[in-house]
Design a protein around this ligand. Structure first.
Ligand code: ZN
Length: 87
């Protein structure tokens, strides 16, 4: 894939990654002394298969800089080589 702009606007660093959204199932447990009342158990099943790259209203993704952690919006286009492997 390619990004435009491809480098950090603050320090000219390379992108570390894209901001993603991941859903999951947070386990709850019923309290022994309060039937019908639940609390978080402390474990979450992450639904990795539903992970997706967040896009803003203009279809741009958010990148984070590998050096200074600044975030910026960019147009992401898949490279032909990647599309060929996936297809
Ligand atoms: Zn930076």
């Amino acid at each position: 894939m390619k990004f435009d702009p491809t480098s950090c606007p603050k320090c000219n660093g390379k992108p570390k990654g894209t901001i993603e959204q991941v859903l999951g199932l947070a386990h709850v447990i019923e309290l022994d002394d309060q039937p019908g009342v639940y609390d978080y158990e402390g474990y979450t099943d992450i639904w990795w298969d539903d992970q997706f790259t967040r896009e803003d209203e203009d279809g741009k993704v958010t990148l984070e800089c590998a050096d200074c952690h600044e975030q910026w919006q960019a147009v992401m286009t898949p490279s032909p080589e990647v599309a060929k492997v996936e297809g």
